[in-house]
Ligand binder design. Structure first.
Ligand code: DX5
Ligand code: ZN
Length: 221
């Protein structure tokens, strides 16, 4: 089954209430919360996303899929636990060593939350293999993290395929999420490659009818 996680990164202040209600009604499977700290990436969305996530938590039962693009991961986990995320994903590149990665996995699980690890486009997917038995999701970034509205990096299709093949060969069950530049043109190839959770911001928020595009993104290939 393919699921859609709508990135609310570019929802403007003042439009959040009508947008979130419409997304909920259009059956987005998750709300994707892009947390940026101005250090791991240039932009800082830390407070805005915390406000948006708390608001969504009050009006919707849809799960919150929190994508941490931050250096201080533990602090962000502490701050964002308040909105009861269903899954927290952190970047492998933000950790200094293996021990830190394992500590963070454990820390997120102690917060009764699913764990995801994200990898930037230039990171070799093999770097994540040793953690797969302990996590619920791997997020393959299909653009450079930092902003919405970028173009899908077509080399990432092969990366998703490699990960999917490795998972199948090793009987690992886990979600593969892709994030960045996903739209109706790029979705079929990532789905075929093995991704089962598609993050989309621009493609959904710019559509006339959220339900139509969400349904099409979810369609099996
Ligand atoms: C990029 C973010 C993405 C992005 C998705 O750093 O992680 O979630 O905003 O937006 P689109 O769909 O516009 O590429
Ligand atoms: Zn994201």
């Amino acid at each position: 089954m393919v699921e859609v996680s709508t990135s609310i990164l570019s929802v403007k202040k003042g439009e959040e209430s009508k947008t979130f209600f419409a997304l909920e009604a259009s059956k987005t499977d998750y709300f994707h919360i892009d947390v940026m700290d101005g250090k791991f990436v240039e932009k800082d969305t830390y407070q805005k996303m915390l406000e948006y996530a708390s608001y969504i938590r009050r009006i919707s039962n849809a799960p919150l899929d929190v994508h941490l693009m931050v250096k201080d991961i533990k602090k962000a986990i502490d701050d964002y636990s308040a909105v009861e995320p269903n899954i927290i994903t952190f970047h492998l590149e933000a950790c200094k060593d293996e021990q830190e990665v394992l500590e963070i996995i454990h820390y997120i699980k102690e917060n009764h939350c699913k764990v995801g690890i994200a990898v930037k486009p230039e990171t070799d997917i093999k770097e994540v293999y040793k953690y797969l038995p302990y996590i619920h999701m791997c997020l393959v970034m299909t653009v450079e993290p930092g902003k919405g509205g970028q173009t899908y990096l077509s080399d990432m299709t092969e990366k998703v395929k490699t990960l999917k093949t490795y998972m199948d060969e090793n009987h690992l069950e886990m979600d593969i999420e892709v994030d960045g530049g996903i739209n109706l043109r790029t979705a079929p190839e990532v789905k075929k490659a093995g991704a089962n959770i598609l993050v989309a911001g621009t493609a959904i928020l710019n559509a006339v009818d959220y339900k139509v595009i969400i349904d099409e993104l979810k369609m099996e290939v």
